[in-house]
Design a protein around this ligand. Structure first.
Ligand SMILES: [Zn+2]
Length: 50
């Protein structure tokens, strides 16, 4: 399972396949795969600030 994040609005979505469009802002082509939890940090929301 990977996490995809919208580069436009910052919404995240979990899934095996890359979403075609953002579930929040409905923009297409903005969903980018995020690093897996094991790569760095604790994997919780505390690493998503910025
Ligand atoms: Zn979005």
């Amino acid at each position: 399972m990977a996490v995809f994040k919208c580069e436009k609005c910052g919404a995240t979505k979990e899934g095996r396949c890359k979403p075609k469009k953002c579930p929040k802002c409905a923009e297409t082509g903005t969903m980018a795969k995020q690093e897996d939890k094991k790569s760095s940090g604790c994997g919780c929301a505390c690493s998503a600030k910025k």
